[in-house]
Ligand binder design. Structure first.
Ligand SMILES: NC(=O)c1ccc[n+]([C@@H]2O[C@H](COP(=O)([O-])OP(=O)(O)OC[C@H]3O[C@@H](n4cnc5c(N)ncnc54)[C@H](OP(=O)(O)O)[C@@H]3O)[C@@H](O)[C@H]2O)c1
Length: 297
């Protein structure tokens, strides 16, 4: 079986290179190898010619704040909405399974309950709108697909929120972190492993095709996440300067950003459990693993 992977160098793409390898022959073109999602004609030709039975799109325009700049909006829409729509057409015509990733940012973040897969999108940011448009194109295209909607993704490779907190906690006496945005930090490693599992089962049972929320269990705020990371690092002997009471919780209104973030990023994973029999570990499990790796370096 041939698998076409786009976005090989992103947090998730990097882990997918590992988790998809045992499933078949993995082809992962870079942007210069007709894998640029803003060049939709070339991308479409490449996808047809690849002869892939599975197309996994881990590439996305993810600069959430930059996407608010009017000069960036076209490219954001091309990459996050136009390219997925084109890939869905290729998948429909070739019979390939298309795997794609969605975001909690497709919602306005109102309420306090976890959203399920039936919830209507209503994004407050250009990035969120572009992701919702990509999801809609795939869902209405008639192609076999898996859309994994996730939140607060981190990878061990490259920068992430936890590493930033570790650095700042060693440099500063006080830190202020937003405490009214709630969600579940989800590891790229976990997402990649779940993707491989879902692909295997969906190829055998195409009725599993659809949109699924895929996030770690439990919930926290960015402040709670920072607290967890910093206290674990302190316990491991890292020279943390910030005292526990100097890690201050602030509302989103005190930390304005160009793109509005949802306050409620809770996603229900009941459908994933029902259809695939998967119960994902608590968010601290993956974060602790990542911290153990980072702290042992
Ligand atoms: N990160 C999160 O918190 C989060 C939350 C919810 C959902 N998601 C979704 O999860 C998926 C994976 O995200 P991630 O965290 O792995 O993102 P990431 O680390 O930012 O990686 C995105 C990848 O897309 C590539 N890319 C951007 N524009 C491209 C283009 N025009 N052509 C080809 N490749 C392009 C980037 O390439 P370069 O490295 O060359 O720029 C990068 O490798 C995305 O669909 C994202 O929307 C992410």
């Amino acid at each position: 079986m041939k698998i076409l992977l786009l976005g090989r160098n992103g947090q998730l793409g990097w882990e997918l290179q590992r988790s998809l390898a045992p499933l078949g022959e993995l082809v992962a073109p870079g942007r210069a190898e007709r894998g640029d999602l803003s060049q939709i004609g070339e991308l479409t030709d490449m996808a047809y010619e690849s002869g892939a039975q599975v197309i996994v799109n881990a590439a996305a325009y993810t600069a959430v704040d930059r996407a608010q700049d009017p000069a960036e909006q076209d490219v954001c829409m091309d990459v996050n909405a136009g390219a997925p729509a084109a890939l869905a057409m290729v998948a429909r015509e070739t019979g390939a399974l298309l795997v794609h990733y969605s975001s909690d940012y497709v919602f306005d973040g109102s309420g306090h309950e976890p959203r399920d897969e039936e919830a209507s999108p209503g994004a407050d940011s250009v990035y969120g709108e572009s992701k919702a448009a990509g999801d809609f194109s795939i869902e209405t295209s008639g192609c076999a697909h898996l859309i994994l909607r996730t939140s607060w993704v981190y990878g061990a490779r490259g920068g992430n929120f936890a590493k930033t907190m570790l650095r700042l906690a060693q440099e500063r006496d006080e830190l202020k972190v937003v405490s009214d945005q709630v969600g579940a930090p989800t590891g790229a490693e976990l997402l990649a492993d779940v993707t491989a599992h879902m692909i295997r089962h969906t190829l055998v049972n195409p009725a599993l095709s659809g949109l699924y929320n895929v996030v770690a269990s439990g919930e926290t705020s960015w402040h709670g996440y920072a607290q967890h990371v910093i206290e674990r690092a302190r316990a491991a002997g890292l020279p943390i300067r910030v005292a526990p009471e100097a890690l201050r919780a602030i509302p989103t209104s005190d930390y304005p950003t160009p793109a509005v973030r949802p306050l409620n990023s809770r996603l229900s994973t009941e459908k994933l459990r029902r259809q695939f029999g998967l119960t994902l570990p608590h968010w601290t499990v993956g974060v602790n693993r990542m911290l153990d790796e980072v702290l042992s370096r």
